[in-house]
Write a protein that binds this ligand. Structure first.
Ligand code: PA5
Length: 465
């Protein structure tokens, strides 16, 4: 572990730092066998199908090459790039865009942007869809339709809408050149369309589930279109993977065991609060990863366990002035995870106190980079002094390399937690229930028997005021 690595600071989780509410060294030691077993099982399961995502940083040389060539063509010939997807098929692209591009990318002039105007459309709200169509010039837009299953209702509905518009504007042959699919290689409705219409596809390897797919073409294609160095991102992921092979230097397993102990002490909520505007979407990505992976009814032994840590997204410093009061004085049922960035990409300094008001001296000649750091430290202090457990992931900079590290550390952490909870961190039967109910309500054939049951819950008027 070098000076420039991602670091995990868990001082403020410990009783000898924050007092009785913290975790004692004895407590931590008593969970170490469990943590070691989780680490061992993870390494052992790397050969299993659902762990194929761990190979992504190592095995994508030729895919990365193909993506880079395709992305170069998009940058040269299209003014807009729109991702159509949802959940794990959309959140990663949003993180990459927000973390690695200019905050006002879409408002910059073309030569300053050096990449198409970019949107991730992860909702079927008609107002949002119409708002998108109001601002893009469809003749200059490349749509990236992303769905692992190839049959997610929301994404397919969005695709059908834009495909019709494209055909009307450009004719079918040309329309097909404005679409690129990212989907499964072997199955799904989208694959059928691709074959029928000869539409370009990138593939999500088998064993790479939605929320573990950001380092596959799901995240890499949008990243490359935006001009991100995807090799750097994969290298960051690889370096973190290598680090995690070793139990002792592994920040992911340490965070996992601390969250697991906290959960068992009744702290069943985790707030992810980056102190960097560019990582705001990262906390949403993490919320999905944590919520969907760990929230499970059944254990691996088929016992009803109903476990899961409830993820909350927050942003420093903004939420210091909204949620922080709750975190410091409300119920002690949460851990807080900060992400601190050592070096911001730019900085700006307040002027010297030309107003000659003494009370403003303290914010004269202050770099905002320093101010955000001080506020982060102050919040950590305020929580700790009130006995509230908090930990901090420290990254030197928000860039492709450290984003690769961060994604990987968090995916590892969640899988270790899955091992400790003894649940399957890769399925999502609850989400599937909702998907199936949607099929039934839209009269998709094969789902007729669900309708009666759904109506039982949805047509009642007894308790409505
Ligand atoms: O993590 C997951 O598996 C889900 O969030 C999926 O990504 C989401 O439901 C979209 O599925 P699909 O990619 O099949 O359209």
């Amino acid at each position: 572990m070098g000076k420039n690595d991602l670091l995990f600071d868990y001082n403020n989780m410990m009783a000898d730092v924050i007092g009785d509410n913290g975790i004692t060294n004895e407590e931590l030691n008593s969970y170490m066998d469990k943590a070691k077993l989780a680490h061992y099982n993870f390494e052992k399961k790397k050969g299993y199908n659902m762990m194929e995502w761990t190979k992504l940083p190592y095995e994508q040389d030729s895919v990365a090459q193909e993506i880079e060539a395709f992305a170069k063509n998009v940058r040269q010939n299209f003014d807009y790039f729109v991702v159509l997807g949802i959940g794990g098929s959309a959140l990663g692209a949003s993180v990459i865009f927000d973390a690695l591009c200019h905050y006002n990318h879409n408002l910059l002039s073309k030569d300053k942007r050096n990449a198409p105007i970019f949107f991730v459309e992860d909702n079927v709200d008609p107002d949002r869809m119409n708002a998108l169509l109001d601002v893009v010039d469809i003749k200059k837009t490349m749509f990236n339709v992303v769905t692992k299953s190839g049959k997610t209702t929301e994404t397919l509905a969005q695709f059908l809408i834009v495909y019709k518009l494209l055909k009307r504007a450009l004719g079918e042959e040309e329309a097909n050149k404005h679409i690129v699919f990212t989907t499964d290689r072997k199955k799904g409705d989208l694959l059928q369309v691709a074959k029928q219409k000869n539409i370009k596809c990138f593939y999500i390897p088998e064993g790479v589930g939605g929320r573990y797919s950001v380092l596959s073409p799901v995240g890499l294609l949008p990243a490359s279109v935006l001009g991100v160095d995807i090799r750097d991102m994969l290298m960051g992921a690889r370096d973190m993977e290598e680090r995690c092979k070793n139990f002792e230097s592994n920040p992911a397993v340490m965070k996992a065991v601390l969250e697991f102990i906290s959960y068992n002490k009744g702290l069943k909520i985790n707030v992810m609060m980056p102190y960097s505007q560019s990582l705001k979407s990262f906390s949403s990505w993490y919320a999905q990863l944590m919520g969907e992976s760990l929230g499970k009814r059944l254990s691996l032994d088929n016992e009803v366990v109903n476990v899961g840590i409830t993820p909350v997204s927050a942003l420093g410093v903004t939420d210091q002035h909204s949620q922080q009061q709750l975190y410091i004085e409300g119920p002690n049922d949460k851990t807080i995870t900060f992400i601190t960035v050592s070096n911001t990409k730019t900085d700006i300094i307040t002027p010297s106190n030309s107003l000659n008001i003494k009370e403003l001296d303290y914010i004269s000649n202050v770099n905002l980079g320093k101010l955000i750091y001080v506020e982060n430290t102050a919040t950590r202090y305020a929580l700790s002094v009130n006995g509230r457990m908090n930990n901090t992931i420290i990254i030197p900079q928000v860039n492709a390399y450290y984003l690769g590290q961060l994604f990987t550390m968090c995916m590892y952490e969640i899988v270790y937690l899955g091992e400790m909870f003894n649940i399957n961190a890769f399925d999502q039967p609850g989400v599937e229930d909702g998907k199936i109910a949607t099929f039934a309500m839209l009269n998709k054939s094969g789902y007729e028997d669900r309708l009666e049951c759904i109506e039982m819950f949805t047509v009642l008027t007894k308790y409505i005021v």
